[in-house]
Every structure is written in C-alpha cells, then in structure tokens.
Write a protein that binds this ligand. Sequence first.
Ligand code: HAM
Length: 417
Amino acid sequence: MALTAVKGFNDILPDESGRWQYIEQTARRIFERNGFGEIRVPVMEKTELFCRSIGDATDIVEKEMYTFTDKGENSVTLRPEGTAGVMRAFIEHKLYAQDPIAKLYYLGPMFRYERPQKGRYRQFHQIGAEITGVHDPLADAQVLNMLTAFFREIGLTEPALQINSLGCPECRPAYRTALQSFLEERMGQLCDDCKRRFVTNPLRTLDCKVPGCIEATVGAPSMLDYLCSGCNDHFSSVRRYLDLSSTPYSINSRMVRGLDYYTRTTFEMVTGMLGSQSAVAAGGRYDGLISQLGGPAIPGIGFAMGLERIALLLGSQEFVTLPDLFIATMGGADRDVAFCLMEGLLKSGVRVEMDYEGKSLKSQMRRADKLKARYCVVIGENEVSSGRAAVKRMADGLQTDTALTVAGIQLLVNNPQ
Ligand code: HAM
C-alpha cells in the first residue's frame, strides 16, 4: 500500500508556502510593532496542563486530544492550542518576576482529532498573541486593534470582528442557572450532546449547530444582562476604546468559546466564506488562568488565528517568488561563463536559474517560460567574446544590449523600464 500522510495532516507544498510566509511575515511585522516578542514552546505537554486550563468538560479535552502514554508511563498530549503552553512557560520561567506585563507571540502546529473538512484539519497552524498583567480594558482594545490591523494589512476585508463578554466567576453562575432553567423547559428539543452538557457546560448549547438546539435557544437569556458592575464597566470601556480607534465590530451575545478559561471579553473574527468553519481568529481574556495553573494572580488576554483558514481566504493570489533571470547557453565553454555569472548574480541577490542538463536551446527557452523568469539571456561564443548580450524581457520580448557582468545585469533587472 502506498504511504500517505496521516488523515487530517497536510503537506504545504512550495506553490503554497509563499502564501504562508506572507501571512507569517505580516503577523510578525504587526505584532513586533506592537511590542510583542516571539516565544517558542514545545508541541507536547503533560496532559494535565490542558485538562486544567482548557477544561475537562470541553469538546477539546473530552474527545479531540492526541493523548498517549510515553515510554516512561507519563500521559502526554500534542498541544491542541497555544495559550496553555505559553502560560505554563510564563510561570515556569517566572517571566512575571522581571515584568508582569509580558507581550508574547507564537506560531506553529496544533493538533485536534476533529472530523477533517475544508478549513478544519487534525494538524493545523495557529499564530497567536498574548498579553499578561493588564486588567485595563485598554489591553483588550489593543489586542483587537492589532488583529484588525493584521487583516487589513494582509488585504482581507472579509472577516468581521464580533465581541462578547462572558462575565467572571462572580456573575457567570447566576447566568448559568438562568440559562439552565430556560433550557430545562426545552430539554426535549436538545441534541444528546447538549443534554449531556446541560449540567457540566450548558453555555455550549448556544454554540451548537444542530437545528433543534438552534431553535431551542431562540430567546435564551443573554450573558450581557447578567454582568456584574465590574464586568459591565469593563465591557463598556472596551467598546469605548474600539469606538475611539474607529475599529468596526458587532456584539454577539450568543458567542461562547470552546475553552473554559475565558473571563470577560471574548471575540471572534468571523467569515461567511469558509462554510461552517466561520472563525478565522478567536480569543479573549483569561484573568484566572495563570493562578489556576499555579502562578501568581495575573490576568491575561490574547487570541489565535488559523493559518490554513487565512490562506484559504487569500485564495489563488500568487505568492511564489519568480526568477529574475534565466541563463540559456549554447552548450560549449560558455556554460562555465554562465555558471560563474549565475554564482556572482546569486551572491548579489538576483534570483537566477540556468539549464542543468545541457538541453537544446529550444527546451531551455521552454523552461524559462515555465519558471516564469522575468528576463532571459542566451550566452554563446559571440557573447563570451564580446562581453555583451541581448537580455530579453519575457513579458514583451524587448531586448536590451547589456554588459555580460554582474553589475550590468543587476542594473537591468533591478530597474525595470
Ligand atoms: P480556538 O478558537 O480554539 O482558540 O482556535 C483559534 C483559531 O484556530 C480558530 O479561530 C481557527 O481559525 C483555528 N482552528 C481551530 N481549530 C482548527 C482546526 N481543527 N483546523 C483549522 N483551524 C483551526 C484557541 O485556540 C485559543 N488558544 C485562542 C486564544 C489565545 N485565546 C486566548 N489566547
């Protein structure tokens, strides 16, 4: 049987990796401008970390983790998300002792055993950012503005920012009880999952895609009506800061998140272009997480974007880097001249290709076309002896007589007419 990749794990081929690099470079530029530094944490952690942070009663922990026992009989898990590991490192290395305000970003693969479909994979990639140590809603607004700036600068207008507040341990229990009494009367309409989650995680029913559950939750109480005064003030300030910076957003009071650590502000960047996988980025505040993991009582807020989903939204735009010049030869001693010229040009930063196999001139020209080289030059005896050649611009066939030197060719390809 042919060996193939594991289901839900994808190869990113060179045709596509240009688009990935563009996404990563745009994120790095914007995050670093906002004072974030990169943190790299392992892809595998002790299973307990995810149970204690994401929550035992979440879909992720209940059914989606790649968990196994290693040879030392330890239960380990391939990370299903980045926040837990980053906060574990923040605590373990006492980063808070230098400065409780840490601005960290990360990128890399995450793993969830979900049913693969367009925009949903078992290995996927996130670019995430987290700020610790700031209670002030200004941090919420900065994070949201940074996310908005990312989508603007990458050239996507589509995903729209939705925000909500999930309250805090003071006010959420009353909301939970109100939602449970509302759902209790509609229990017969709920799917088996939501019936099961009724006690452990009733808020998830608001997010369930099963038609019966969608219908049953019409008119359900809204968390926003149950916020305590602290959470209410916080949410108003976040909105005020967003308005001050003219950041477009809408409020979605039914937004609940699939991870238990959230408090107060939560948000998603939502698109209608990826079918049921509508969230391109998501995040929120997690003021209790760091202390819950054994660290000091320091708040945090952040988000993660799904790289595959952003790449899908960017569509078929070309991100491959094309050669500046293809050097064809007549096949004699001029190959040595061509080789030296190519090496000199490569050293000076010009992207050059040449024939490797001593093929016919016709087939070399076909290859120059196939590689979409911007310019092409043919080097034969005449060119070698005169030290000059006609360099052809492939787009329109314009030929320019050029000195056959690194400087001469560099001048031409770097200064298109
Ligand atoms: P999340 O909502 O679970 O949040 O994931 C964030 C993003 O990762 C999603 O919006 C989506 O774009 C992408 N994503 C999630 N699962 C998949 C999948 N199976 N295939 C492809 N893309 C996927 C978190 O992970 C939180 N750690 C975000 C956060 C950071 N909150 C605070 N800080």
